[in-house]
Design a protein around this ligand. Structure first.
Ligand SMILES: [Zn+2]
Length: 281
């Protein structure tokens, strides 16, 4: 197999792509679209870059498994479906079809697996429960489940996020920061794994992780970050070769994925991080 070198965001260096683990395909995961409207050329630039890499790896003889997810539940999809008077499923289904039409027009290959967030609720609930059981998560004042960033010492490794600066800022200027929606959390950096049901969610909700204090399932929906950890684990396993996305996902999305996966499943996660920079027009 030929060698490919790519810039790795984690080590900030040009590195040879990892060889697939013994007996496994080269596992690559790309954070795909949120289906609430038309994808733009910046989205497609990232996806086309990964399409070129996928084709190149195949042409060079790598056995590859390419997973690109679809985010079909979040604030934007719920808002859009309610505004259009459609069910969430009908609304996101329509935008997924339009996305696939655009992919075909660009002659992109289909990924091997295209998992949706709403078809992986069970895996996301299990991951949230595992994080609660291990003390990496807690139920906040609003009933949502939050990841405790201070419980993961490696947090910030990908983005070089300055945890000390954040702590100082939190202590010194809590009043000056706009923390109106942050009071439910122990720390401003903590992020939602599972969002407790709100009336604005309409009929979009599932039985979620069990609250350790009451033993009752928390009704609601997954936070955005949780789905990629659960789906990459389901389709590529605990450790896989390449994780990619637009550069805007480095922080907080990918930083949060690392924290969830490493703490919830244990051990390592993606072996190489590839980010596509913004398209400037
Ligand atoms: Zn993602």
């Amino acid at each position: 197999m030929s060698q490919i070198q790519l810039y790795d965001t984690l080590t900030r260096s040009l590195r040879e792509l990892p060889r697939p683990l013994e007996g496994k395909s080269f596992g690559m995961y790309l954070c795909g679209p949120t289906v609430y409207g038309p994808a733009h050329i910046g989205n497609f630039r990232t996806m086309l870059t990964l399409d070129v890499l996928y084709r190149s790896l195949k042409a060079l003889g790598y056995p590859v498994k390419f997973v690109r997810n679809i985010t079909d539940v979040d604030d934007k999809t719920i808002r859009g479906s309610r505004a259009s008077g459609q069910s969430l499923e009908a609304f996101t289904g329509e935008w997924t079809r339009k996305f696939h039409e655009d992919c075909s027009a660009l002659n992109m290959l289909s990924p091997d697996v295209e998992p949706r967030a709403t078809t992986h609720i069970r895996e996301q609930v299990q991951l949230a429960e595992s994080l609660l059981a291990k003390g990496h998560a807690y139920v906040g004042g609003d009933g949502s489940v939050y990841f405790r960033v201070n419980s993961f010492s490696a947090y910030g490794q990908l983005s070089h996020f300055d945890r000390e600066a954040l702590r100082t800022q939190e202590t010194n200027s809590a009043g000056a920061l706009n923390l109106s929606d942050e009071y439910e959390r122990d720390s401003v950096a903590d992020f939602a794994l599972w969002k407790a049901y709100k009336p604005e969610d309409g009929d979009v909700c599932w039985e979620g992780p069990k609250d350790p204090a009451t033993g009752k399932a928390i009704r609601g929906r997954p936070g955005w970050h949780l789905e990629c950890s659960a789906k990459s684990h389901t389709h590529l396993g605990q450790e896989f070769d390449l994780h990619a996305g637009g550069e805007d996902l480095i922080f907080p999305h990918h930083e949060n994925e690392i924290a969830q996966s490493c703490c919830g499943y244990g051990g390592s996660f993606a072996r190489h991080w590839m980010h596509v920079v913004h398209l400037l027009v």
